[in-house]
Design a protein around this ligand. Structure first.
Ligand SMILES: Cc1cc2nc3c(=O)[nH]c(=O)nc-3n(C[C@H](O)[C@H](O)[C@H](O)COP(=O)(O)OP(=O)(O)OC[C@H]3O[C@@H](n4cnc5c(N)ncnc54)[C@H](O)[C@@H]3O)c2cc1C
Length: 293
C-alpha cells in the first residue's frame, strides 16, 4: 500500500517549522527519521494532510554535555548516540539501548527524539528516559516547556506533546561516580522490537552498599514501568545475588503485561524477572569494577 496524498514542507528554520505546526496543528505531522512514520503512512494508519520534514533544520543533530546534563538534539540519530564517546563512557545504558534498535539502516535514520515522541510500548529510549529521570524540551510558536518522563508518556503511542509542539531536546542527568548502567533486552531475532527490555543504573556508596537503584522496563505495558518498589528494597543493602533475585521476582509480580501476538503475559513476566536479574548484576559489577560510571 502507498501513503495517501499529503502536502510536504521542509522548513529551513525552527521558527518556520513551528509556524507551520501552529497554522496546521489539526492535520500536520512532523517527519524526523521516518522509521516509524513512513510505515504508518504507507499502511494508512496515519493520514496527515501535511508533512513537516524537519531534516533540514540546522544545528539540531548535537549530542553534548552541558550544565550537568547530556543534551541530545532532535535530529541526533540512534547510530550517532550509540557511538558517541561521551555517551559510551558516561551513559552506557543509552548507548546500549540505541545499539539494539532495529537494523543499521533504521539506526542511521531514526532519532532519539522521534522514538520518544512516537512512544512505542516496546521502544528502548522511553525506558532509558524513565530510569534516569530525564526530561524533554517541547517548543511551539507560543513558547517552551520541559516534561519529565512520567509527564510525557500517557499510554500506548500517546504522549503529552501537543500537535503544535516539536520535541527539540532530550536531557539526561550526568550520573554520579560509582554508577554502573546497562540496557538488557530480549528480541526473538536481531532487528526485531524487544519483547521486554530493561534500563538499569545503580550507584554504590563508599561502604559498597546500593546508594541508588533505577530500573525501568519496556514491553510490559503502554508506558515504561519504573520498578520503584524493587529499587527501594535494594537501597542501603550491599549487592547480594539473593537480594537481586528477590528484587527481580518483585518486579515480575508488580508488572501487568498484556498477552499479544509476540508473547503471553506469563512469558513477559518471566522475561522481566530474568532480565532484571541480569541487568542489576551487570550494572552492579560495572559500578564496583570501574569505580565510576
Ligand atoms: C524494521 C524496523 C525495526 C524497528 N525496530 C525498533 C526497535 O527495536 N526499537 C525501537 O525503539 N524502534 C524501532 N523502530 C523504530 C525506529 O526506532 C524509529 O526511528 C523511531 O521509533 C522513531 O524515530 P524517527 O526519527 O524515525 O521518527 P519518525 O518516524 O519520523 O516519527 C515518528 C513519530 O514521532 C513524531 N516526531 C518525530 N520527531 C519528532 C519531534 N522532534 N517532535 C515531535 N514529534 C516528533 C512524528 O510526527 C511521528 O508521529 C524500528 C523501525 C523499523 C522500520
Amino acid at each position: 500500500m502507498k501513503a495517501a496524498a499529503f502536502d510536504y514542507e521542509a522548513p529551513a528554520s525552527l521558527e518556520e517549522a513551528l509556524a507551520l505546526l501552529q497554522a496546521r496543528s489539526d492535520d500536520a505531522k512532523i517527519l524526523a527519521g521516518g522509521q516509524s512514520l513512513m510505515p504508518m503512512l504507507n499502511m494508512r494508519l496515519a493520514r496527515p494532510a501535511l508533512i513537516v520534514d524537519i531534516n533540514r533544520l540546522p544545528g539540531l543533530d548535537y549530542i553534548r554535555v552541558a550544565d550537568g546534563q547530556l543534551r541530545i538534539g532532535a535530529l541526533a540519530r540512534h547510530t550517532a548516540v550509540a557511538k558517541h564517546p561521551e555517551v559510551v563512557r558516561g551513559w552506557p545504558v543509552l548507548a546500549e539501548a540505541a545499539a539494539q534498535i532495529g537494523h543499521d539502516a533504521i539506526r542511521n535514520r531514526g532519532t532519539v527524539a522521534g522514538s520518544l515522541a512516537h512512544s512505542d510500548p516496546t521502544a528502548e529510549h522511553p525506558a532509558v528516559l524513565a530510569a534516569l529521570d530525564g526530561e524533554v524540551v517541547a517548543r511551539s510558536a507560543k513558547g517552551e516547556r520541559t516534561l519529565k518522563a512520567d509527564e510525557l508518556f500517557l499510554g500506548y503511542l500517546t504522549t503529552a506533546l501537543r500537535a503544535d509542539e516539536l520535541l527539540t531536546e532530550v536531557r539526561l542527568p550526568v550520573l554520579p561516580p560509582h554508577t554502573g548502567s546497562t540496557f538488557v533486552e530480549f528480541a526473538p531475532r536481531v532487528g526485531d522490537f524487544a519483547v521486554v527490555g530493561i534500563a538499569a543504573a545503580v550507584t554504590l556508596g563508599g561502604d559498597g552498599a546500593w546508594q541508588d537503584v533505577r530500573l525501568a522496563l519496556t514491553g510490559v505495558g503502554g508506558t515504561p514501568f519504573r520498578a520503584r518498589q524493587a529499587e527501594s528494597a535494594l537501597k542501603g543493602t550491599r549487592p547480594k545475588a539473593a537480594d537481586i533475585a528477590a528484587a527481580a521476582a518483585q518486579v515480575a509480580e508488580a508488572i501487568e503485561p498484556d498477552s499479544d501476538i509476540k508473547a503471553s503475559a506469563r512469558y513477559r513476566r518471566q522475561l522481566a524477572r530474568t532480565l532484571t536479574e541480569r541487568a542489576l548484576t551487570t550494572a552492579a559489577e560495572r559500578a564496583a569494577g570501574q569505580g565510576g560510571r
